[in-house]
Design a binder for this molecule. Structure first.
Ligand code: SF4
Length: 243
């Protein structure tokens, strides 16, 4: 449901270049209010909207991600608000060329409000280092911003609801590559069914973005023999970033 206090106040002034807005509603039907979707698009691309009136002149306009975070607020758009501790919005460079997308916050992430902490996060850090990157140079988020109870799989209506925020974040960042970590992330981003073993490693266009699925670090901790394949996938990411 749209927040009535937060209304776009018009298109931002700027060059009349073709709009790069993209929320792939073709593959990701969202139950969010159309006005909210428009508001998210506006936030992602202008970073300027009014929240309860004109912003004070001395305060800089919020960035696209900040504006989207404000719109998420203390979200109750799906049932997961009832059991979460903290919303895990995402961290990293707002101008990152690659965005890593996991499935959902786990126990530690829910407590700290940060994605990919704990052992899976440490492995993700090593995967980033293998690419010559670190958390300060990428953006990391999840399909869901709230932890499902007992780390159960995300439900389809939860994914459909929350993905609007993720797409808005991606629109704000405009990365070259999106690396989907795990099956749930790959399915949500690509709008397809299938196993991660079948989806991984294939660079696929989704609107203006290129999505490369690979294994989730938590899976690699349990099944380290798949790390070699994950490394091949990361090399695909590196190749795309080098183009
Ligand atoms: S998972 Fe997403 S849609 Fe559901 S309550 Fe959390 S932020 Fe809102």
């Amino acid at each position: 449901m749209a927040n009535p206090r937060m209304q776009p106040v018009g298109r931002p002034r700027g060059p009349s270049t073709p709009c790069r807005n993209f929320v792939p509603l073709r593959t990701h039907r969202s139950p969010l209010d159309p006005q909210l979707l428009e508001t998210l698009r506006f936030a992602a691309n202008s970073g300027a909207w009014l929240v309860g009136g004109a912003p004070a002149p001395s305060r800089p306009a919020p960035s696209g991600l900040e504006a989207i975070r404000r719109e998420v607020g203390e979200c109750r758009r799906c049932r997961l608000w009832e059991t979460r501790t903290r919303i895990v919005f995402g961290v990293g460079d707002e101008r990152a060329r690659v965005v890593f997308v996991g499935e959902a916050p786990g126990f530690q992430e829910d407590l700290r409000g940060e994605p990919f902490v704990g052992r899976a996060g440490q492995l993700l850090d090593r995967m980033l280092a293998a690419l010559g990157l670190d958390r300060g140079r990428v953006y990391i988020a999840n399909v869901l911003k709230c932890r499902p109870p007992d780390n159960r799989d995300p439900l389809s209506d939860e994914v459909e609801t929350c993905m609007a925020f993720l797409w808005a974040q991606i629109e704000a960042i405009r990365p070259r590559v999106i690396c989907a970590l795990g099956a749930h992330s790959a399915r949500a981003l690509l709008g397809v069914r299938g196993s991660i073993s079948g989806l991984r490693g294939k660079a696929q266009p989704v609107g203006p973005w290129t999505v490369v699925p690979t294994y989730h670090p938590a899976f690699l901790l349990r099944q380290p023999r798949f790390k070699r394949q994950a490394w091949e996938d990361l090399k695909t990411v590196a190749r795309l970033l080098a183009e």
